[in-house]
Design a protein around this ligand. Sequence first.
Ligand code: 3HC
Length: 648
Amino acid sequence: MSVVTIAREGNIAVVTIDNPPVNALSQAVRQGLVDAVSELDGDPDVSAVVLVCAGRTFIAGADVSEFDKPPQPPHLPDVVSTIELAAKPWIAAIHGSALGGGFEVALGCRFCLATADASVGLPEVTLGIVPGAGGTVRMVRLADVEAVVDLVTTGKPVRAPRALELGLIDRIIEGDLRAAAIAFARDALSRPLPQPLSLRPAPTVPVAFWVETEAAVAKRARGEVAPLRALACLRRATETDFAAAMQFERATFLELRASEQAAALRHVFFAERAAPRPAGLSGVQALPLRNAAVIGGGTMGAGIAAALRDAGLPVILIERDDAAVERGIANLRDIFAGAVKRGRLSEAAAEARLAGVTGSTDYAALADTDLVIEAVFEELLVKRQVFEQLGRVCRPDAVLATNTSYLDPQAIAEGLPNPGRFIGLHFFSPANVMRLLEIVPTPQTDDATLATGFALARMLGKVPVRAGICEGFIGNRILKRYRAEAEALVGQGVAIAAVDAAMRGYGFAMGPFEAQDLGGLDIAFLQREGARAAGRDVPETLGDILVRAGRKGQKTGGGWYDYKPGDRRPVPSDEVTRLLGARIEPGAALDAEAIADRLVGAMAREGEAILAEGIAEKAADIDLVEIHGYGFPRWRGGPMFSTRSTLT
Ligand code: 3HC
């Protein structure tokens, strides 16, 4: 069956794109649209054309899976101008999302209608490219330049009500979209039509605006090229004529489409979409999740409870005593209040989120809970006691999860009746914000429980990655190696500040030492001390020397750096130089690129070992862990992708 079909409703033609799953603009769709224009232009009985899509969404954009191949005609800019300059006016009727090329097609239509829950936008920069079919050139002719710059350089879509405010769409449709669009078309024919965007003038924008915006976008982009190149397209669109601006945009699009950053971002795009559906679980039914409980209301427990509430699940929060319950609830209140302050949640919604949490000290409250997540102190005996109680009170089919970071989940589950329903769910702090969820089954975990872990991740909007059992699972194991390599560089005489600067230059928000100062050096220290106490041979790290000297990070006024009171800016520390002096060899300085190569190379080699041991199922999963849990720059594609040509 053809992906583009035409129906007629009196003098209105309805063109339907049906190209599952998301009506991407494959070559067949592009050709179908061009053919539809020529057929309908030649049909004297047709006065206007409504463009709709079948399935869950309007056109989600160009077909990203075609980007590794040379572009095939008809090219999208030509398709859009063919629609725009058609003899019969086209009207886009949007449901779901009109993104990228999809919105560019809509911009080529004379009118744009959308359902209230639809969204529109140009997310190309998130794929390392710029709009390639006139998005920048037409948008500046349609809406306020400042708003357009924001939309295009962040790539964030907007919902229909905001799109209407900005003038990006003409009307919001309640009820039957197709019927309303046909009625709109008939009505529109009785009035003069608006000019196609390509024939409208571009606004005059002061140069100072571009200079200021360029500086702001460059700062935010931290090495990512697409946002700045998109901004250049927008600027060109206001400073030259339509045809020249189109040419500039297209050339930029084609150049970036073939770039390493775009390849990296495509890799992440497809990895993220594959993550919720691991191959081994196809056909396995997840258990129903109607409610949940969290044991422990500390930072992690409260964050997990907030994430569960954000997904709409009623939550029971269990703590040891009334005071601890109070503290847990207060932690949750702070989280929701923070969301209100940042404009992410209304006061009323925050209250409703909090009202859905029941604090208790009594495990008996969990008798009918579908999922319990333990987030108590990272101590085997404490955790075992929790599961002993859960084993007594919970339904035999309730999923019981531990949020351990380092302990062996098998040891935690020892003695639990029905160990098939036990699983590790490793959240990252703040758990209501960070998107990574490491899912750690034990050898006993049954498939339904594992599938429930993945279903939970989908509910919470998280990126799930299955990890095998080893110390630190995937992420913390690589973190340990990364930090050890960073210390090794310092030991060879590379300045602490040079290491941090190199990793910021690579695209991390913070270098490894600054990050430790922020989070505190003591947690990893205590863990190493625990291992030493258990008789393991754990060599003294440079970080251990600092902690023993009372330098635990920002919270103690110093760690790898000194901090002035009330100032988070790191200052290189003479005391650290003195404390570590005996362990530092005078060495040749390394440039930033060499430092980043060493550290990313170390991460990737650990990743290789993790793959070889079966701890991760695929390299792309490791990349997702680093990007969503540890701040690895998305546009580098992750440590495995970015080093793929250098690893043996
Ligand atoms: N090209 C190819 N495949 C796409 C695609 C695209 N643009 N968008 C989505 N898909 C695929 C996904 O890979 C997934 O495939 P799978 O089922 O085999 O894993 C399937 O469609 C469903 O996608 P999601 O799981 O993401 O579905 P959701 O319903 O959660 O979300 C969506 C739908 C909001 C449309 C989301 O898919 C999305 O944001 N897609 C990307 C949109 C985008 O970036 N468009 C711009 C493309 S670049 C462009 O248009 C250039 C132009 O300017 C020339």
